[in-house]
Design a protein around this ligand. Structure first.
Ligand code: SF4
Length: 254
């Protein structure tokens, strides 16, 4: 598949930044540990679904010690609405114990240490390194994978191939926000079933051969769907626990 030039990729991210200057995760969290738990819970689940379950959970267990004390069975009662909850509960208790025993109750800030934790893979580590520690990592989830391949930004057959290509082509100054911009773009504009090309800020740069146009009747139907009436790059949430707590914890906006 054709790939975007560096110049086109730079222009795409300039536009993404212009549309959403302060992109951030839509997951709600209070500190580094609850961010890690939220990201583990979000695997093969929606952020909205995770956000419904976590306020009650984090009210009783917002540190590794409290989570380990809560135990697998009681943790399960808080997250039963989330897919794969049994396996996730097991991993979260195991990683909480590991954080207490091996990291003094703190979430480590290196990929190597994070990926040793139960239930933490490369994607989860990338999200935590980026959102909690401000590192220029780029997690490739289903949205990022689709947008990167469809648009030609970073064609690749596997998430790691897409990640490596993105790390090469995304200008350094955009690397920290790139993950969030691509997720937002995939979630609200370049959607899996019906990309909303007429509202896309990078439509003229995109190399997707089946780009939709305003005159395309199928696309017009897609545009009538309520979810398609969102802005082309919605502003990230600016209120709630996530933003406030992150700023309090890190002194910066992720
Ligand atoms: S033009 Fe369409 S296919 Fe291309 S990135 Fe935009 S929404 Fe996706």
């Amino acid at each position: 598949m054709a790939a975007m030039t560096r110049a086109a990729a730079a222009e795409a991210f300039r536009r993404f930044q212009d549309a959403a200057p302060d992109p951030r995760t839509e997951l709600h969290y209070k500190n580094h540990f609850t961010l890690l738990v939220a990201v583990v819970l979000s695997a093969q689940a929606t952020d909205a679904g995770v956000n419904k379950a976590t306020p009650a959970l984090f009210a009783v267990a917002d540190t590794p010690a409290k989570m380990a004390e809560l135990g697998e069975e009681r943790l399960g009662s808080y997250i039963r609405t989330i897919g794969l909850w049994r396996a996730k509960a097991k991993n979260i208790i195991a990683l909480s114990k590991a954080l207490v025993l091996e990291h003094g109750g703190e979430v480590p800030s290196t990929r190597e240490e994070l990926e040793k934790l139960p239930g933490v893979g490369r994607k989860t580590a990338n999200v935590v390194l980026n959102a909690a520690f401000g590192q220029p990592t780029l997690a490739v989830d289903t949205h990022v994978f689709r947008v990167a391949n469809r648009s030609g930004l970073a064609p690749g057959k596997t998430p790691i191939a897409v990640e490596e290509r993105l790390m090469k082509i995304v200008p350094t100054k955009y690397l920290h926000g790139a993950h969030h911009w691509l997720i937002l773009h995939g979630r609200y504009v370049c959607k899996a079933r019906a990309p909303d090309c007429p509202k896309c800020v990078i439509a003229d740069l995109c190399l997707f051969k089946d780009k939709r146009t305003a005159k395309d009747p199928e696309n017009a139907a897609a545009n009538r769907r309520p979810e398609s009436r969102r802005a082309s790059m919605p502003a990230p949430p600016t209120s709630g626990k996530a933003g406030k707590s992150r700023a309090a914890k890190t002194g910066r906006t992720a």
